[in-house]
Design a binder for this molecule. Structure first.
Ligand SMILES: O=C(O)CCC(=O)C(=O)O
Length: 259
């Protein structure tokens, strides 16, 4: 998508998710695949027990543990690049913060079930989860590095509280399991190079299978209560910031973490 074309966000506003198809060039995709593979192999070696038993994602890809300075710079050039800016910047008129990155892959155990959730349910009470539906935004921008089954969403649930069955399923109560099918679920399969924007408050679940390897970048409103979960060692250094097309989210997070 050219930088000057303002995306139409009607799907996102109504449903809580929207796909931007074929957002990357083949050479950009090839470079990112190599980079992410390097991270993933090193991360797996360091987290064997977790990886073999139950992991479906890693995080903090921009930290110093698995990528060297050049590799981190290459990654930041994508995170703070043209595509991210074109999709995300119009959604945050006064700027946003960079929260984190996550890498999603298939569980080693083919019988491992996926789970419906809102991202906030692991650190907020039910009353707080209800309140954030009208509060600040935390948004995912997912890059599919390979074709994948994608995600499944309950459209509109980023603004609406759960029905009884949705709540019972995502909390795994009243005889329901978090992996049970939900009425009205919409599957969004992704092809390599697609970028999927979604609201972290939307009820969603990952769909496992194929060779999925998806890089999620998390951006949020520039508020300390959200950015406290960011990490200083996952931010770009001054030389890298200077070459980014879109340095603003990283600068904002750095300023908030300094206070
Ligand atoms: O892809 C997945 O397995 C789940 C993704 C997810 O829930 C998320 O990014 O919040």
């Amino acid at each position: 998508m050219p930088a000057t074309v303002m995306p139409d966000y009607r799907g996102f506003q109504r449903d809580g998710f929207q796909c931007f198809r074929a957002s990357l060039s083949q050479s950009q995709l090839t470079g990112l695949r190599q980079l992410i593979a390097t991270f993933h192999v090193r991360w797996q070696a360091d987290n064997q027990a977790f990886y073999q038993s139950r992991a479906i994602n890693s995080a903090y890809l921009t930290g110093p543990d698995y990528l060297n300075a050049d590799q981190r710079r290459q990654l930041f050039q994508f995170l703070g690049g043209e595509q991210s800016r074109a999709i995300m910047a119009p959604l945050f008129p006064v700027g946003c913060g960079f929260l984190n990155t996550q890498l999603f892959f298939n569980p080693v155990n083919p019988g491992q079930r996926n789970y419906w959730h809102r991202d906030c349910q692991y650190h907020l009470s039910l009353a707080e989860q209800q309140a954030v539906l009208t509060g600040p935004s935390v948004l995912h921008l997912r890059l599919a590095l390979y074709d994948e089954p994608g995600l499944e969403f309950i459209p509109g649930s980023h603004k609406h509280w759960d029905t009884e069955i949705q709540l019972d399923v995502r909390l795994g109560q009243a005889g329901r399991r978090p992996s049970d099918d939900l009425p009205g679920g919409v599957k969004v399969p992704l092809q390599a190079g697609d970028m999927l924007l979604f609201d972290a408050n939307c009820i969603h679940r990952g769909l496992y299978g194929m060779d999925r390897l998806a890089l999620d970048i998390l951006f949020c409103d520039p508020l300390p209560e959200l950015l406290q979960y960011g990490r200083d060692d996952c931010l770009p250094d001054a030389d890298t910031l200077a070459v980014l097309v879109w340095p603003q989210p990283f600068e904002t997070t750095a300023n908030i973490l300094k206070k």
